[in-house]
Design a protein around this ligand. Structure first.
Ligand code: DX5
Ligand code: ZN
Length: 214
């Protein structure tokens, strides 16, 4: 079954624990935490403290999507707050291989993220021990944007590469996902669907069910 990972930033944060519970009841498989620092993207969202609150409300896996300039400087604080997997952008202005080595040394689970303009080719070298390859289907920064169809080509390419090389990385897609675009992504080979507006603007339960059943 497809794993659905609701992006918590679009939930009703004044009722965070309830929103998390509703997602669990609908069958969410993990939670997606969009961390933005106002430098890497033109928006500011949550930091470790909010993640700590979410951690208290769920045992599901928490993926921290780090849209920040200095993941090398801050990664530990997200783990300490309770994140399980760190999603690291290839485009962050740090040495990706060095950062990965540090994460592996510290036994921290991670995934690699690529923006719409980044070719899949660029990140093949980082996938040996990655748990997730996150393919962005919008330019990061805001929820509610339109799905970029070309990202599906990358999903197929990645599916093929992961299969051929017997890698464990699961393919995740993030941005503009609803029941239609989600179906296209699953058909192209995606394992995990991130969604914010589609889920939280449509009452949580039905949209999560629809995405799971794709
Ligand atoms: C975009 C974030 C996404 C976003 C998804 O920068 O990484 O996770 O919240 O929002 P929707 O599903 O509304 O496109
Ligand atoms: Zn995200």
């Amino acid at each position: 079954m497809v794993e659905v990972s609701p992006s918590i930033i679009s939930s009703d944060l004044s009722h965070l624990a309830d929103e998390v519970l509703k997602c669990e009841e609908a069958g969410a498989g993990s939670f997606h935490l969009d961390v933005m620092d106002g430098h890497f993207v033109n928006n500011i969202t949550m930091g470790p403290d909010l993640i700590r609150s979410i951690r208290k409300s769920t045992d599901l896996r928490l993926d921290a999507h780090l849209m920040i300039d200095r993941p090398d400087k801050y990664y530990k604080s997200f783990i300490d707050a309770g994140a399980d997997v760190l999603l690291i952008h290839y485009e962050s202005p740090v040495n990706t291989m060095e950062l990965i080595k540090r994460l592996e040394h510290d036994n921290i689970r991670y995934g690699i993220v690529i923006n719409p303009e980044t070719e899949f080719e660029k990140v093949k070298v980082f996938l040996d021990n990655a748990e997730i390859l996150l393919i962005m289907s919008v330019n990061p920064g805001f929820s509610g944007q339109k799905f970029i169809g070309d990202s599906l080509i990358k999903v197929s390419e990645a599916r093929e590469f992961i299969k051929r090389n017997n890698l464990k990385a699961r393919i995740e897609i993030d941005g503009g996902i609803n029941d239609e675009t989600g179906k296209l992504a699953v058909n192209a080979g995606a394992d995990i669907l991130v969604s914010a507006s589609f889920i939280f603007k449509n009452g949580i339960y039905n949209p999560i069910k629809k995405l799971r059943d794709l």
